[in-house]
Design a protein around this ligand. Structure first.
Ligand code: ARG
Ligand code: ASP
Length: 714
């Protein structure tokens, strides 16, 4: 039995050793390229990234700093997710022209809508600059000095390394500070809205289906990049012309099968794959639970009000979705980490690591890493908990405390930077806060506050609990505050900010809402933050040495750098999975499934009439597969937040879908990737084209595309 288990474990690690990873596109030659070819890829590493000729990377810009897009025509047309374009679609929406509800389509270029502040970023080239960045740091004694010198080197190199006038240099760290790469980039700032389906397609299933498979969301929107007459980046101007890309993606509607090769290119934001077991333990057993508890309480209150009151629903919909997104992710992540025994797997690795250190005779350099981690993570635990609680309760989920915190910063600015800085900030705050109160309801906030202040008092390690919250009566405190505070109405808030600095400071300090925040914030900045920062800096330094040691002592492991919002390639196969006993998920969903989920008039599961008509008449054009319209599919690509909108490509580099999410059981992939249950979710490009063609009848757009269709039988 035991032997069998071991054997199975061995076989599993062999399988897992061939999956996962977010790789640097300029470094694919060698191991990755041959693995990709083995998995079925028909193109070369040079076709993906090249400085000498056009390559796939030229068609994959970052979208607005946080998502990914892909160029799909020679006139600068780009695709990204609906949830990535959401803010821009919303900003053009009015009650009369509600593009979120009804969708938007430009049938001529003149109808495309400019977006203030929206930009896309192309990568021109990538270079290793590690030696230059680390120059002069070898002799420095302390971590703080080293970091300072590195920052100085980076800003100097960003300014001085060669680039064209319209380009920027952007140096980023990889492997926790063991490698530095330079990205020469171009930011295009005239990006116009071209098309978006109604939310009942683009956001179908909304929060209920978020992070869940099977999925039926048409999560896409279309934009166009404009450039100046020389095809270079320019601010918006009506004289700008459609951008001519170096490469755009052909679209394949040939269809996909289980086990087909796929790869995803994009800008994954942040992962922590090499954390030691104690850190993962802390996330699973201490930090995630408390963050989930806070958001759970806040969301329940908001949901109660939103269901009863439509005005509140509109006010809180977007805030609710943002808070719910990571709340739900952390729940899935915690489950997945437990289920896959991530902590035990990491502990085993640490045992092997220690043995390897001894074997290599590297005790002097690496012998203390694991025990340093042990010591540090146990010391930092209470501080980390207090920090997460403060940021979830004060900075994120209680609106009263959030606003009070803004006033707290204002008071600090006066203390530290003087009158002029104070006045500037005060005016900014007074103007900027208008938008906040548009979507504010004091009843909702009051109920949230009552819940969260109680959780805060209960969960914060007692040594950090301010006296004022000792023996807390949350009900009483809440009423006392909300009956007296000036922080719950726009006019009152602004009246607090009237007068000279002395008057303003007096007024805000007399406010009960402000008083409670000040007590909490003072205690936090004095007792938690400095020590947290100190210990965290130690962890960062130890993590860097650990990473260095892993790279050095385990040269045959599949080691890829953690995500850092730079361009990456991940690859795998189209594949279903088994989340639980007796449950097997197939990798494809269809329009039939949309109709199964349809709830007329529901805010998550309504379906537009025209789509129902198309379904009933089976007017599917060339986009059907065996008489059905494919909607979404899953694969083993290793993705994370920021990969949304990323192109899913087939073996030849043709576009077959758009990445937009991950499955519930696999959201732990940010910390521990398991090929058994980690899947990325993509909308099938045939669904996207079907909606553009048959639903929106935007032939102007279809005609721009290069579509590769199955050869017709004669
Ligand atoms: N979970 C996906 C991501 O992290 C989609 C989020 C947008 N959708 C939503 N229902 N909130 O971005
Ligand atoms: N939904 C995420 C995004 O917007 C993708 C993910 O976390 O899987 O980037």
């Amino acid at each position: 039995m035991k032997f069998l288990k071991l054997l199975i474990l061995f076989v599993f690690t062999q399988v897992s050793a061939q999956q996962g990873g977010m790789w640097i596109p300029s470094l694919l030659k060698g191991m990755n390229e041959s693995e990709m070819k083995k998995l079925g890829m028909k193109i070369s590493a040079e076709d993906i990234y090249s400085v000498n000729k056009s390559s796939l990377k030229d068609a994959v810009p970052q979208f607005d700093g946080g998502c990914t897009a892909e160029v799909i025509s020679d006139k600068g047309l780009i695709l990204t997710n609906h949830h990535c374009g959401f803010d821009n679609i919303q900003s053009h929406s009015t009650v009369e022209n509600d593009y979120l509800t009804n969708g938007f389509w430009a049938y001529k270029m003149e109808e495309e809508l400019p977006n203030k502040d929206l930009y896309v970023t192309f990568i021109i080239r990538i270079e290793d600059v590690t030696t230059k960045v680390l120059e002069g740091t070898g002799t420095l004694a302390t971590e703080a000095e080293k970091q300072k010198k590195i920052q100085e080197n980076i800003s100097f190199l960003n300014k001085t390394l060669p680039k064209e006038a319209w380009q920027e240099n952007n140096i980023r760290t990889f492997y926790d500070g063991n490698q530095y790469l330079l990205f020469v980039i171009e930011n295009y700032k005239d990006v116009r809205l071209v098309g978006a389906p109604p939310s009942s397609i683009g956001k179908f299933g909304s929060d209920t289906d978020n992070w869940v498979w099977p999925r039926h969301t048409g999560d896409f929107s279309l934009f166009r990049i404009y450039a100046d007459k020389n095809n270079r980046p320019a601010e918006y101007s009506k004289d700008n012309v459609p951008y001519k890309p170096k490469h755009f993606l052909p679209i394949s509607i040939n269809g996909i099968k289980e086990n087909d090769f796929t790869m995803v290119m994009g800008y994954p934001g942040r992962t922590q794959e090499y954390l030691p077991s104690m850190a993962v333990d802390q996330i699973v057993n201490t930090l995630n639970p408390v963050k989930i508890e806070v958001r759970d309480a806040a969301l329940k209150v908001q949901d109660g009000f939103m269901r009863k009151d439509n005005a509140i629903k509109i006010q809180y919909a977007s805030k609710y979705a943002a808070v719910a997104n990571y709340w739900k992710k952390w729940i899935g992540e915690t489950k997945g980490l437990k289920k896959s025994n991530a902590i035990t797997v990491k502990q085993k690795f640490e045992v092997a690591f220690k043995e390897k250190v001894i074997l290599a005779g590297k005790q002097a350099e690496y012998g203390n890493i694991i025990s340093d981690f042990e010591k540090n993570y146990s010391e930092i635990k209470d501080f980390a908990l207090a920090r997460d609680l403060f940021s979830e309760v004060v900075l994120r989920n209680s609106e009263l405390l959030q606003n009070s915190y803004r006033l707290y910063q204002l008071e600090q600015i006066l203390k530290n930077k003087g009158e002029q800085a104070f006045t500037d900030r005060k005016n900014n705050l007074s103007n900027g806060i208008v938008d906040f109160y548009k979507d504010y309801n004091a009843m909702v906030d009051k109920n949230v506050f009552e819940q969260l202040i109680a959780i805060y008092a209960k969960r914060i390690p007692s040594q950090f609990l301010p006296n004022e919250l000792n023996n807390l009566n949350a009900y009483q405190l809440t009423n006392d505050i909300y009956n007296n505070t000036k922080l719950i109405k726009l006019e009152d808030f602004r009246s607090l900010l009237e007068g000279d600095s002395k008057t303003v400071i007096e007024k805000i300090n007399a406010d009960k809402g402000y008083q409670i925040l000040k007590v909490m914030a003072d205690a936090y900045t004095k007792n938690v933050l400095p020590k947290y920062d100190e210990l965290n800096l130690k962890n960062i330094a130890t993590q860097r040495t650990y990473m260095k040691a892993i790279l050095e002592l385990f040269p045959n492991n599949r080691i890829f750098p953690d995500a850092n919002s730079t361009l990456r390639v991940t690859y795998g196969k189209v594949k279903g999975y088994k989340p639980n006993d007796a449950i097997t998920f197939e990798p494809f969903t269809y329009l039939d499934g949309v109709m199964e989920k349809y709830v007329p008039g529901d805010y998550e599961f309504d379906v537009p009439k025209k789509l129902i008509d198309l379904y009933n008449s089976k007017d599917y054009g060339v986009y059907a597969s065996k008489g059905k319209i494919p909607v979404a599919f899953i694969a083993t690509n290793h993705t994370t937040g920021g990969n949304s909108g990323s192109p899913a490509l087939d073996a030849k580099g043709n576009l077959i879908g758009l990445n937009f999410d991950r499955v519930w059981e696999g959201t732990m992939s940010d910390i521990y990737y398991s090929p058994e249950i980690c899947r990325n979710i993509m909308v099938d490009i045939r669904y996207v084209l079907f909606i553009i063609d048959k639903f929106a009848e935007a032939n102007n757009l279809i005609n721009e595309l290069k579509i590769i269709a199955p050869k017709k039988k004669m």
